[in-house]
Design a protein. Structure first.
Length: 56
């Protein structure tokens, strides 16, 4: 069942992540997918916060 969900997400949303995906990679991928929907300032703020969290 988990494999079917993974394949569905890949084709439906263009997302390929597994239970082995680290948070930093998941967050970066999510942010890239959301970029077209955010204003430039919102995106920059999220990116800056992600960089701060990733360095800790």
């Amino acid at each position: 069942m988990a494999e079917a969900e993974r394949i569905e997400k890949k084709f439906k949303y263009g997302v390929e992540e597994s239970d082995q995906t680290h948070f930093e990679q998941y967050a970066e991928n999510w942010l890239k997918r959301q970029e077209p929907f955010f204003k430039a300032t919102t995106y920059a703020g999220y990116k800056r916060n992600l960089d701060i969290v990733s360095t800790r």
